[in-house]
Design a binder for this molecule. Sequence first.
Ligand SMILES: [Zn+2]
Length: 420
Amino acid sequence: MWINSQDLLRDGVDPLFSKLGSYGFDSASLFVGAGKLIFEPDKTLYGTMAPVHDPGLKGKDLLREACRGADDHGIGLTATAVCFPDEYHAQSFPQYAAQDVSGARHENFLCPNRAEVRDYLRNLMQDMCARYEVDAIELDYVRYKRNREGSELPVLLLAGKYCYCEACRAKAEASGLDWKEVISSARLASEAAEKVDLDEFRKIGELYRNALDIVRFYVMYPALAKWLRFRVDTISSFVAEIKDELKSAGRTIELSADLFYPTLSWIVGQDYEQLSGHLDSAKPMIYSAAMGGWETGYLRSLYKGLGGGSEGELIEFLDNVQGFSSGASSFAELEVEGAHDQYVLHETRKARLLLGDRTRLYTGLSSGWVPGVRFSTPVRVKYDIDSAVKAGSDGLWFFSYGSTSEEIFETIKNSVAALR
Ligand SMILES: [Zn+2]
């Protein structure tokens, strides 16, 4: 189960871990923050990019309390670090923020190639490993930003909106990439994405009706295929660095990561096969019903920008190229229903095949009910649990504690007990 500082403050450390134990959970992943942390960092470890103890906690060390509480109740504790979205550091060090092809910096997403950023995150992992008895370190948001802001047309998804900063350029050129070609191709995709009108969207809808149409895009823009490969190498090498850092900690600490589900992983620079060389476990976030809420947010803003057409046309595009097969005819329907009911089965199978046997697979499922975002019902949660196990998952993780009802906690307990 994923838990956060608010859950600990609201329920109390002991009642929270006691509840998890009573529902059959054996592990919890606690978000430690990004830049502003739930514990007091060891200032001597960090260079210029030092994190701070979240002032809202008034000196309370929640990681320490959680380590003690989890241990008392027999629950394994994982410290989950949010990697590249870090508003605190992006505001203090805008020169390290991710940059789009026009030179604009992102407000809170850091560049994964900046040496300073990577040093900071390595130091953070070292800090936690040295002073806290956590069983595992988990990397969340260990990826590029999924680039589909506002009402940009979805063609930009294929090019990768970030990061075109000097650090990325130097690394890309050192790896043999033709930077000029990368930039000119990315500009073409970016300009196409900015032509937000109904004719342009319909053209894209006709051109990209299925997965093989996407191949034509990369035949047209081969530099972008290499660019996506470079982004994947960036993330894999970062995870390898963290793995080395953990090895030097002198005790066994597992490394895990929350990943985009396989269909989308390449868009954000995650390669399951490469990552399996460094990760002890992987948690693909296959949130089935919740995916509807995620997608409709973007589709709604796109729809507004188009100023015409039908909601069904936009959903059809998603169903076609992303294998969503929702069959929904309205955003409201998609929001509640999400992806088709075989999504967890298929994505877990892909993850299993790509990871092989050396990395444990914990399918991340949505168990929450948050209007407009996640609509997980007991029936759906039970179905998703059965699908993930059937597809070869070694375990399950649920998102998240605070949004999960007692009824769904019961469902999880009973479904998992029935499988044992
Ligand atoms: Zn960069």
